[in-house]
Design a protein around this ligand. Structure first.
Ligand SMILES: NC(=O)C1=CN([C@@H]2O[C@H](COP(=O)(O)OP(=O)(O)OC[C@H]3O[C@@H](n4cnc5c(N)ncnc54)[C@H](OP(=O)(O)O)[C@@H]3O)[C@@H](O)[C@H]2O)C=CC1
Ligand SMILES: O=C1O[C@H](COP(=O)(O)O)[C@@H](O)[C@H](O)[C@H]1O
Length: 511
């Protein structure tokens, strides 16, 4: 592993505390950081190195996968963390940072390699990159990479502006735009399951697949992020990035070579094939939006979105979003991809369901009453695994067909040792692998798709449906699938009060 100085801009913030410091520790424990590294924490508030190291220890104690159980090992890790108080807008601070870093390069023999991680509010991204150059931090012979958090812009125009600012300092190949869903084990697994299995690969098309459903449901509300979220909403917060990324992974063609550019080329082709929602009516009939009102979960009352901190009392921001998306290419002609996400839904889960078409008319189908389609389900979060729903003969019966599940629960087997998304992504950025980061053309095309929807929504304010916190969101989302003869399949064994089919399958009786 090449030597590296990591810079965490926003080192006193929530992301650094909950995700980044624990990720560093896991990578260190697994020997993935090498010996030649240092971490510089940067934010405005004053901290001594000792205070900062104590913060890092606290964060790791609370959030890391590994316990701190060896004092010598811990000391060798934490002494590499230094803190400097820096204001993004103060160029003098960047000159001081250069001096500090030149010393660290020498001390840890990093070869001048620098990884700048911006765990900051997006409006600061442009200034940081300009000041990195002005402050001389790019003047070394090693590599210089920028890791940048989402959101990347608010719409296509603002994303373009930000991209131009970054490109004045960094080449595209050195910009690592984070979408943490791409760091999730099961999202990465999609392409392996698809392309490494003879019984899926040939079926992965319009002839055999009826529809694909992607659900990202959350039980939480907007927590402390009301100010940001009220400007953003579910479409921009989750739709533009995580949901379209998963859709791309499901729909892309196999890449010719397993390298970052070839894989991302294939993903981009999916975005280019998305059927744009051209007219107001297209948007209205293919999207659903909602906002939670007061409700409850497990007997606990929950406030309405409009009562949350930093949210406008008359806000029309959507906290729920669903859409019917078409990928207009040969493979997917006519196959709907349904996507939905929302806050304050009944369960926290991310799942992708592939519903296969019914088998051709044969003796079973001709006599069937309640034969259910085969499903392949990717469980992404919080459970990780894959299950398949199949039809089999009920043991001991005469022709009773029951659906059964073949369930591979990866997280049950690997448990707490599953690497966190941020660990993988940090490690990939250090070793220069940008496969699971979003390239500029992906970001731009995703905004182009989302912008059209966002522009049209205000024209039909009556389409914003209110749903009680703790429910499954607007009824219209069920109707949208019913129009096509489909329904949302239960996620995590729950949906609209249905009985979990795994627990209590309804038999189809052959007469
Ligand atoms: N938290 C999360 O789980 C997630 C966060 N993100 C994204 O990550 C980024 C950071 O989020 P989060 O950690 O939650 O935000 P926080 O508000 O918790 O932290 C912001 C950080 O920025 C620093 N900061 C603010 N202004 C300046 C300045 N002028 N100069 C230097 N430092 C400054 C703050 O420190 P100080 O006040 O001391 O200067 C603080 O360390 C955002 O882009 C967010 O959208 C993305 C996904 C998840
Ligand atoms: O990017 C975001 O993701 C989280 C959900 O992430 P998960 O890994 O917990 O599923 C979401 O809560 C947040 O609003 C959004 O900004």
């Amino acid at each position: 592993m090449s030597g590296t100085v990591f810079f965490i801009f926003g080192a006193t913030g929530d992301l650094a505390k909950r995700k980044l410091f624990p990720a560093f520790y896991s990578l260190y424990r697994e020997g993935k950081l090498g010996d030649n590294f240092a971490v510089v924490g940067l934010a405005r508030r004053p901290r001594t190195n000792e205070q900062f190291q104590a913060d890092v220890k606290h964060s790791i104690g609370e959030f890391a996968r590994y316990k701190i159980d060896n004092e010598e090992n811990w000391t060798s890790f934490v002494q590499r963390f230094e803190y400097m108080s820096l204001d993004i807008n103060n160029i003098e601070n960047f000159h001081q940072l250069k001096k500090l870093t030149d010393g660290l390069d020498e001390k840890y023999e990093t070869g001048g390699n620098r990884l700048f991680y911006l765990a900051l509010a997006p409006e600061l991204f442009g200034n940081v990159s300009a000041n990195l150059r002005e402050g001389g931090l790019m003047d070394t012979t090693g590599w210089h990479r920028l890791v940048i958090e989402k959101p990347f812009g608010y719409d296509l125009a603002s994303a373009e502006k930000l991209n131009e600012q970054l490109r004045q300092v960094f080449e595209e190949k050195d910009i690592y735009r984070i979408d943490h869903y791409l760091g999730k084990e099961m999202v990465q697994n999609i392409e392996f399951v698809r392309f490494a299995n003879a019984f899926f690969e040939p079926l992965w098309n319009k002839t055999y697949i009826a529809n694909i459903q992607i659900t990202l449901s959350e039980t939480v509300g907007v927590e402390e992020r009301g100010g940001y979220y009220d400007q953003s909403g579910a479409l921009r917060d989750m739709g533009q990035n995580h949901m379209l990324q998963m859709l791309m992974m499901m729909a892309m063609e196999p890449p010719s070579r397993l390298n970052a550019e070839d894989i991302r080329d294939e993903k981009v082709k999916v975005l280019r094939s998305l059927r744009l929602l051209e007219t107001v009516e297209d948007v209205r009939s293919n999207t659903v939006r909602g906002q939670y009102t007061t409700g409850g979960s497990n007997g606990k009352p929950l406030p309405a979105y409009r009562q949350e901190d930093s949210v406008q009392p008359e806000s029309t921001t959507e906290t729920y979003f669903a859409a019917r998306v078409f990928v207009d290419n040969f493979r997917w002609a006519g196959v709907p991809f349904y996507i939905r996400t929302g806050k304050r839904l009944p369960v926290k889960t991310t799942e992708v369901v592939v519903e296969f078409k019914n088998i051709p008319d044969n003796v079973y189908l001709a006599k069937k009453h309640d034969l259910q389609p085969n499903l392949l389900v990717f469980r992404v979060n919080p459970l990780e695994g894959i299950y398949m729903k199949m039809n089999v003969k009920k043991p001991g019966s005469e022709g009773v067909i029951i659906p059964i599940a073949m369930d591979f629960c990866q997280s049950c087997q690997i448990g707490i040792n599953t690497p966190e998304a941020y660990e993988r992504l940090l490690h990939d950025a250090q070793r220069g692998d940008s496969t699971y980061f979003t390239r500029w053309d992906e970001v731009a095309l995703a905004w182009q798709y989302v912008d059209r929807i966002a522009k049209v929504w205000p024209l039909s304010p009556e389409d914003l449906s209110m749903y009680p916190a703790g429910s499954w969101g607007p009824e219209r989302a069920q109707e949208m699938l019913a129009e096509d003869g489909f329904k949302w399949w239960p996620v995590n064994g729950q949906n609209e009060g249905e009985v979990d089919w795994i627990a209590e399958p309804k038999p189809s009786v052959l007469t």
